[in-house]
Design a binder for this molecule. Structure first.
Ligand code: BGC
Length: 454
C-alpha cells in the first residue's frame, strides 16, 4: 500500500443541497430537490434548502473552521446542476469556479478534498427525461464525471461516485419519500438499480480516463447492518448472514440489504436471493455491462449510523434481539449501537477485501445555544467515543480502515426533516447563518491531535 493510504484520514462530511444554499444563484440549474422541497407537504414545516447553511457565501469561513478543527479530509458533493445546469451540454463556468475555489482553499490548508459526484442533486432537466429510470442517465453521469475529472485533475484525488444508491432508488422512486417523490413497482426499481450500477461503473472509468495522474475511486452506500449478541461463532455467523442475505420481498427491506448494490459491483452478479425472489422483475445485464459495473474500486466507502442485534436462533438462522426498555436513541429516534461499527467493518472487509472509509457517522441531538453562549452536546461526544472505540476494535481485528468522516461538519438541511434535526459538530443559527462550534467540535479536535481512536 502506498504512503497516502497508510495515513488515516480524519474527516467531516456534508452534501451540496444540505449546506450550499444559493439554490437559484450563480447560474445553477434546478435539481429535483429544488422542485420537490417546494411541493406542499413534502418537507417538515414546508422548509427547503434554498438557503440552508449558505455555505455558498460562507466558504472561506467554513474552510477556516475546518482548519481549526484539524481535519485532514473534507467530503462534500458537487451539485451536478451547478456545473451542468441541464445535466448535459452547456457548462456553467461560474459553478465550476466556486468548487475550484473551495478545492484550492482546502488544499491550501492541507485538507484533502473527497468529492462525491452524486449526493442526490439530480438536474431537473434529466428528471424530465425519466431521471434514474432512463437508461440514458448512465452516459449523462459519465459525461459529468469526465468534466469534473478534467477540471480538477491533479487537485482532487479521491472520488465517490454515488451516495447511498439505496435512498436514490427506494426513497426516490418506490416510497416517494425523497425527490423526485415517485412510487413505482419492482420492475422499475430493478431498472433503476441497473441504471445506477452502470452510471457508477461508467463514471469510475471516466474519472480515471480524464484525470491526468492517479485518482482513487469508490462509492458510498448505506445499508442495514447486524451485529452479534455475543462472540459465539454461531451468533457472529447469524449477524454476517443477516447483513448479506434477506428473504424479504419488500423493496423497503430488500433494498437496504448490503449485498444488493455491493455484490453486483464487487462480484459481477446479483445476490442469489435477488435472483430467486425477484427473477421476473430483473432487466437483462449483458457481459459488457457487467464489465462496466465491476470496474475495480480502490476503497469501499460506507455510511454507517446503527445496526440491529441478532443471535443464532434454534435453526441457526438470525433472530433479532429485542432492545431493552429505555434503549438509548438519538434525537431522531435512531438507536445508538456502536457495536455496529466494529462488525460492519469486519464483515465488509472479509467479503470485499478493500480498505474502508467510514464516509458518514454521527447523530442528531437536541442542540441549542446555552446561556453561556456555547453549545454543549455531551451525547454526541459520548456517541463519537463509543463508535470510534468500536472502529478501533475493527482495526485491531485486522481490518484496513483508511479514514473516518463525521456526519456532519455542520447542522444542515436534513432532507424531509428540514431543519428539525441537528447532526453537526458546528451549530448553525439558520436565521443569521452564524456558526458556533459545539463541544463535540473541540472533542473531535483533541481526538485528531491525539492521532488515534479511543
Ligand atoms: C445521508 C445524509 C443524511 C444523513 C443523516 C445519510 O443518509 O447521506 O445526507 O443527512 O444520512 O440522515
Amino acid at each position: 500500500m502506498d504512503d497516502e493510504k497508510r495515513k488515516f484520514v480524519w474527516g467531516a462530511a456534508t452534501a451540496a443541497y444540505q449546506v450550499e444554499g444559493a439554490a437559484f444563484e450563480g447560474g445553477k440549474g434546478l435539481t429535483i430537490w429544488d422542485v420537490f422541497a417546494h411541493e406542499k407537504g413534502r418537507i417538515y414545516m414546508d422548509q427547503n434548502g434554498d438557503t440552508a447553511c449558505d455555505s455558498y457565501h460562507h466558504v472561506d469561513e467554513d474552510v477556516a473552521l475546518m482548519a481549526e478543527l484539524g481535519i485532514t479530509g473534507y467530503r462534500f458533493s458537487i451539485d451536478w446542476a451547478r456545473v451542468l445546469p441541464e445535466g448535459t451540454g452547456r457548462v456553467n463556468e461560474e459553478g465550476l469556479a466556486w468548487y475550484s475555489h473551495l478545492v484550492d482553499a482546502l488544499l491550501e490548508k492541507g485538507i484533502e478534498p473527497f468529492v462525491t459526484l452524486y449526493h442526490w442533486e439530480l438536474p431537473y432537466a434529466l428528471q424530465m427525461k425519466g431521471g434514474w429510470l432512463n437508461p440514458g442517465i448512465a452516459d449523462a453521469f459519465a459525461g459529468y464525471a469526465a468534466l469534473i475529472a478534467e477540471r480538477f485533475s491533479g487537485r482532487v484525488k479521491h472520488y465517490f461516485t454515488i451516495n447511498e444508491p439505496q435512498c436514490v432508488s427506494v426513497l426516490g422512486y418506490v416510497t416517494g419519500e425523497h425527490a423526485p417523490g415517485l412510487r413505482m413497482g419492482r420492475r422499475e426499481f430493478f431498472q433503476i438499480h441497473k441504471n445506477i450500477l452502470l452510471a457508477h461503473g461508467l463514471a469510475v472509468r471516466a474519472l480515471r480516463e480524464h484525470s491526468r495522474g492517479p485518482v482513487k475511486v469508490g462509492f458510498a452506500p448505506c445499508g442495514a447492518f447486524y451485529y452479534p449478541s455475543s462472540e459465539r461463532p454461531e451468533d457472529i455467523e447469524a449477524a454476517r448472514r443477516a447483513t448479506f442475505h434477506t428473504d424479504s420481498t419488500e423493496l423497503k427491506e430488500a433494498g437496504w440489504n448490503v449485498a444488493l448494490f455491493t455484490d453486483p459491483i464487487y462480484f459481477g452478479r446479483y445476490p442469489e436471493e435477488t435472483l430467486r425472489l425477484f427473477g421476473d422483475a430483473l432487466p437483462g445485464i449483458s457481459r459488457d455491462e457487467w464489465e462496466i459495473i465491476t470496474e475495480k474500486l480502490d476503497f469501499h466507502g460506507q455510511n454507517l449510523y446503527n445496526g440491529v442485534e441478532v443471535r443464532a436462533g434454534k435453526d441457526g438462522r438470525p433472530e433479532r434481539v429485542r432492545r431493552y426498555d429505555g434503549f438509548p436513541r438519538t434525537a431522531n429516534g435512531w438507536p445508538v449501537t456502536p457495536e455496529a461499527m466494529r462488525w460492519a467493518i469486519r464483515f465488509l472487509s472479509e467479503r470485499y477485501r478493500l480498505p474502508i472509509y467510514i464516509t458518514e457517522n454521527g447523530m442528531s441531538a437536541h442542540d441549542e445555544v446555552s446561556l453561556d453562549g456555547r453549545v454543549h452536546d455531551p451525547n454526541r461526544i459520548d456517541f463519537m467515543d463509543r463508535y470510534l472505540g468500536e472502529l478501533n476494535k475493527a482495526v485491531r481485528d485486522g481490518a484496513d480502515v483508511a479514514g473516518y468522516f463525521v456526519w456532519s461538519l455542520m447542522d444542515n438541511f436534513e432532507w424531509t426533516l428540514g431543519y428539525s434535526e441537528r447532526f453537526g459538530i458546528i451549530y448553525v443559527d439558520f436565521p443569521t447563518g452564524r456558526r458556533i462550534p459545539k463541544d463535540s467540535f473541540y472533542h473531535y479536535q483533541r481526538i485528531i491531535r491525539g492521532g488515534e481512536t479511543q
